[in-house]
Design a protein around this ligand. Sequence first.
Ligand SMILES: Cc1cc2nc3c(=O)[nH]c(=O)nc-3n(C[C@H](O)[C@H](O)[C@H](O)COP(=O)(O)O)c2cc1C
Length: 149
Amino acid sequence: MERHYQGGVPDIKDASICHRWFYVSRCLLPANWVDAAVADIVKVSRIRNESLGLTGALLFTGRRFAQYIEGPAGNVAMVQTSIEGDARHGEVQTIESGDGQGRLFDDWSLAYAGPSLFLSAQVESVLDEAPHSAARLISILREFATPED
Ligand SMILES: Cc1cc2nc3c(=O)[nH]c(=O)nc-3n(C[C@H](O)[C@H](O)[C@H](O)COP(=O)(O)O)c2cc1C
């Protein structure tokens, strides 16, 4: 049976109340800080996203971030405000947002971090609005996403 509420409190894992935000941004960190900064972002995000019922994945190509976040609309909006104001990146461009897709991710994870010509090309094609590129990048994020144990 589908559960929408637990004791009057919305079930934060419930797919029917799932909102999504998918964006691409540009890294503004100097090269020698990048690894530590990404590790810090991942550490903070794991804890905060889990507490807010947010799932999804982050991908980092060395130059660009791409991130898919899904969960209760208010919680996605709260984290979106933090992310948009974060000086470690800029040019935050929303690729997709809205309701009604259900959850695509079981967890929140770092899908990939490091230089990759293939992934850079995928992200650039999304920014160029190439047909189907956003859906393709989301599939890549899902494939690369490693569930936490
Ligand atoms: C590319 C990028 C992705 C981020 N992703 C998340 C995230 O998924 N969840 C999260 O809580 N913080 C994320 N952050 C960190 C937030 O911007 C922010 O530093 C953190 O949530 C603390 O929030 P506050 O500064 O509003 O207190 C991300 C930062 C960057 C640069």
